[in-house]
Design a protein around this ligand. Structure first.
Ligand code: ZN
Length: 182
């Protein structure tokens, strides 16, 4: 019994350190016609989705589909973000690495966009969401999808918007490679 529990915990930890593939939530693969990023990105830009929070994989996968539908209605090519962080502490693949997102005008061709599912104008994301985002940034550096001396920014530092919410922005200020000025 103890062993089973230990294996379960080990399994959950392993899942939390991995990227959940897009195929888990979206039946439509990324179109091969979407524009690519040229080389490693110079910026990581953090967003919040301003949608309801999700607390388990089922809810988060439904949230991802809703966010994508919303973006398609706004005439985006696909979901605008490269990755999304669920309230379940999982890292969800949106467009994934190597694809130019639609999340931060003037920065899309040089950045990876990571969105926290929820609204963080009113409070801070739970610790497991913050941890997931930091893990994703480490993965991006390790896979050379961002330059090692990347610049971390909140969306509101690139244009007039409340995104990613003031509580999340306050948290980002403490992270390595956050920069005051883009
Ligand atoms: Zn944003």
């Amino acid at each position: 019994m103890k062993l089973q529990l230990a294996l379960l915990v080990l399994g959950a930890t392993a899942v939390l350190g991995q990227i959940v593939p897009r195929s888990s939530w979206c039946p439509v693969p990324v179109s091969p016609r979407l524009p690519r990023l040229r080389g490693p990105a110079r910026y990581i830009i953090i967003h919040h989705t301003v949608t309801a929070p999700c607390y388990n994989p089922h809810q988060c996968q439904a949230a991802l589909r809703q966010i994508r539908d919303g973006h398609l209605r706004r005439k985006f090519r696909d979901i605008g973000y490269n990755f999304l962080i669920g309230g379940d502490g999982r890292i969800y693949e949106g467009l994934g690495f190597g694809i130019r997102g639609e999340h931060a005008p003037n920065y899309n061709s040089q950045s990876i966009g990571i969105a926290f599912i929820g609204n963080f104008q009113v409070g801070l994301p739970p610790g497991q969401m913050l941890q997931a985002a930091r893990t994703l940034i480490q993965i991006a550096v390790r896979r050379r999808q961002v330059v090692p001396n990347y610049t971390l920014l909140g969306h509101c530092q690139t244009k007039a918007t409340a995104c990613p919410g003031r509580h999340l922005l306050d948290e980002l200020r403490k992270w390595p490679r956050w920069q005051k000025k883009p």
